[in-house]
Design a protein around this ligand. Structure first.
Ligand code: DAH
Length: 367
């Protein structure tokens, strides 16, 4: 009897020993698998030879994974499921890593060794000039031919340069928050509402003769619609010298209109009012669409308004330190969007600032 119990005891000893051995083996294998997985993460090869060495190390019949497979065969049945899954994952990762490295070499080889230098180049898609830039440049080049040079000024301005120096009365509505954007810094810092501020900046620092043209962006507190925007573009021109007269202004305007809209273009000047010019006028050109006969575009008048102008007010000259008894000058200002509208018949002003590629492509031929 005793021998039977001894036999059972001995057997249980053997089994428990066996269990601890197989447990140790499992831990060891899991440790190896984890190490190899970590190695794979950072695996690098500089060329095909190095890659082949790696493949042999991990995936060949005598490689690391094959040796783990051998250990796996001797593992206890109960451990096989977990170990099997881990081994499979390791094998897949290794295969994937080697494949990826191989692909990266192959792609590189194609771009360097298999490159066909005689192949025709891919066609370049050229961008187009924005219609506002096209019109701006055309206006500037017309004035450049008359000896005007380009001047620039800040878009964030002060009251003096936008209003006070230009003879705006203290209670002029343009100074109102409803019309002008003021910044958080108070009533003296604002976004310029017109490019006339640049005339002042130039006159303050330049001795006549002055002949400048100032293109730029301006801002007004307007609700955005198809015919108004809170920002748009203007071009301003200024000529100050001895004996500059209204006849000089008129002749400059006629030359400009003919250059921009064609030789048969007629102009007319209507009396108007601007605080900074005296006398002031608005210029119309004969309608391009109906040739002056009258159509819906020109509201059946045959004329379309395009700009404001006048003789620089003596107060403005004096405000800028120019002796108004010696010098006189003319100024004019126009909206670039308005001119672009006339030239390209754009019905909705918002198109100019939306950057819709279908709209911009239309100007390809004009570029
Ligand atoms: N500054 C005016 C405006 O924004 C345009 C203008 C009119 C400019 C007459 C001038 C001018 O220089 O003489 O509406």
């Amino acid at each position: 009897m005793a021998s039977f119990y001894e036999f059972v005891f001995a057997l249980s000893q053997i089994l428990s020993n066996f269990a601890t051995i197989s447990n140790k083996n499992k831990e060891l294998m899991i440790g190896k698998i984890k190490n190899l997985l970590a190695e794979l993460e950072t695996l690098k090869a500089k060329n095909h030879d190095e890659l082949e060495t790696l493949r042999v190390k991990y995936l060949s019949k005598k490689g690391e994974i094959a040796s783990l497979m051998n250990d796996f065969r001797g593992a206890a049945v109960a451990e096989k499921k977990d170990l099997g899954m881990r081994l499979n994952e390791l094998k897949e990762k290794a295969q994937e890593k080697i494949n990826n490295l191989k692909e990266s070499f192959d792609a590189g080889a194609e771009s360097v060794e298999d490159m066909d230098l005689t192949r025709t180049a891919y066609p370049h898609t050229l961008g187009t000039r924005h219609p506002i830039s096209l019109v701006k440049e055309e206006i500037c080049s017309i004035f450049a031919r008359l000896g005007f040079s380009i001047a620039d000024g800040p878009e964030i301005e002060d009251d003096w340069h936008v209003f006070s120096s230009l003879n705006f009365a203290e209670d002029h509505p343009a100074r109102d928050m409803q019309d002008t954007f003021f910044t958080m810094h108070g009533a003296d810092t604002l976004l310029r509402t017109h490019t006339s501020s640049v005339q002042v900046r130039v006159m303050e620092h330049t001795k006549p003769p002055i002949r400048i043209i100032c293109p730029g962006r301006v801002y007004r507190n307007e609700a955005i619609s198809y015919r108004a925007h809170c920002f748009f573009h203007q071009v301003e021109a200024l000529y100050v010298d001895k004996d500059v007269s209204f006849a000089d202004l008129r002749q400059t305007l006629l030359f400009f209109a003919k250059e921009l809209f064609g030789e048969d273009t007629k102009i007319r000047l209507r009396p108007s009012y601007f605080p900074f010019t005296e006398p002031s006028a608005e210029m119309d050109i004969s309608c391009k669409l109906c040739g002056g006969k009258g159509c819906p575009f020109c509201k059946h008048t045959g004329w379309v308004e395009i700009l404001g102008c006048g003789m620089v007010h003596p107060n403005v000259l004096e405000n800028c330190g120019i002796d108004s008894t010696v010098y006189s000058g003319f100024a004019l200002g126009m909206g670039i969007e308005r001119i672009a509208n006339l030239k390209y018949e754009v019905k909705d002003l918002r198109l100019f600032s939306e950057n819709d590629i279908r709209f911009l492509r239309k100007f390809e031929s004009a570029t």
